[in-house]
Design a protein around this ligand. Structure first.
Ligand code: APR
Length: 258
């Protein structure tokens, strides 16, 4: 998908908001990881254009564990080889500079931590490990992949034979650490939203909380989102380009004394 150039006036306005904020956070979605080769869900090549979202529900996991894991094995092939991209790295650098205090992410790919982000809340869990639904034994995902690739579908627990479940939050399950994320958002005066369609709740409440508390909302997305109407700044271009330009603009403002 051809991306338009970033509007540098909007990038500058976003940089001014971040430099002047007392407690800015980031909120990210699958769109920050597409430049790392991981498909998103609702973009032009999104997963929900090939598969029904029903495949990521708890009901489907329990009724069709084999087909569930066949889908997740496809997802794991891109997640396992993915490396952080410019957007992840720029966000980690902004955290290191004290500009961004935390990252609240819907992503399960672990790329924020791999890029060096320290304070990360994974609302939708992680693909790094799986757990037996009977005895609770934990398995690193590379072991699970080996089980599947040797023909064990669905993958089973070595101890009790129970079915393994990835540590991701499926539709129908409560998100993780939402109280912590909400508390963080309620005391933030700016949120940088990167690569989310802002269509899934309760995660999409995070930028709404910041706005309701009088904070500023910056949205980086190649396409319109459901919450563009409440954004103070919308940067309509690729996350990698936007975050690279934003990082250098923040540095320029800081060097000039904000
Ligand atoms: N740069 C900027 N924006 C991008 C890029 C990119 N390189 N690639 C994709 N996008 C945008 C898409 O236009 C889309 O608006 O990122 C957004 C991704 O939206 P979704 O695919 O809906 O992903 P997300 O918002 O994270 O979905 C939330 O839905 O299916 C569940 O649990 C899943 O965590 C996921 C949740």
């Amino acid at each position: 998908m051809q991306s338009q150039p970033c509007d540098l006036n909007e990038v500058r306005r976003a940089a001014e908001i971040l430099v002047n904020a007392k407690h800015a956070i980031a909120f990210t979605g699958a769109g920050i990881s597409t430049e790392s080769g991981i498909p998103d869900f609702r973009g032009p090549q999104g997963l929900w254009r090939q598969y029904s979202p029903e495949i990521a529900t708890t009901e489907y996991f329990h009724s069709h564990p084999k087909e569930f894991w066949a889908f997740y094995r496809v997802r794991l092939s891109s997640i396992f080889i993915a490396k952080p991209n410019r957007a992840h790295l720029a966000l980690a650098e902004l955290e290191g500079m004290g500009i961004i205090k935390a990252v609240i992410t819907q992503n399960v790919d672990g790329l924020h931590q791999a890029a060096g982000s320290k304070n990360v809340i994974e609302l939708h869990g992680t693909m790094k490990r799986a757990r037996c639904i009977v005895c609770g034994r934990e398995y690193p995902m590379d072991i699970v992949i080996r089980k599947i690739d040797s023909g064990q579908l669905p993958p089973l627990c070595d101890d009790c034979g129970g079915i393994l479940k990835p540590d991701v939050v499926l539709f129908g399950e409560p998100v993780k650490d939402f109280d912590k994320a909400q508390e963080l958002a309620m005391r933030s005066d700016a949120v940088l939203v990167i690569g989310s369609s802002l269509t899934v709740y309760p995660a999409a409440y995070i930028p709404i909380f910041v706005k309701e508390m009088g904070g500023k909302v910056i949205i980086i997305n190649m396409e319109p989102t459901e919450l563009d109407y409440l954004a103070d700044v919308v940067i309509r271009c690729r996350a990698g380009d936007a975050m690279t330009a934003l990082l250098s603009m923040v540095k320029e403002l800081l060097n000039r004394g904000g």
